[in-house]
Ligand binder design. Sequence first.
Ligand SMILES: [Zn+2]
Length: 139
Amino acid sequence: MTASYCTDALADLVAGAGELYGQQRSARFFFDAEPQEFRWVLRTTDDAVNVTLCKFPDVAVSPDLPDFHGTVMWQATYPRSAFAHAVLEAAHTVLTEHGEAGYLAEWAMHPYPVALVQDLRRLHMRDDVCDLPHGLSCP
Ligand SMILES: [Zn+2]
């Protein structure tokens, strides 16, 4: 899946994962794939997160459409801890590979989401039981 730089895709993913730590039981965001929309729908039940990725043919109209109008591309359920850890690792890999300056040069319209990554890391470390290694450095 490729996301256009028109949307702040990494920030939306990290923020969406972070929203699952409050009272909110679901989060939605989308990647603009010009012209398609890839919509992420995250739903929590207890400590699990159901992740559904839907594809819509035209992002110019689809953000107003309900989820069931899309084609499910992928769906899976993970412990919240595993999902958050995977998102943090992905963000960390991007930062390690590109650095903040390199990220901005590549993504152009949006800087690396430092604060959102730090927030998610704090929530993950505070509320989840995670036995995986946390070599995640803060920028
Ligand atoms: Zn972890």
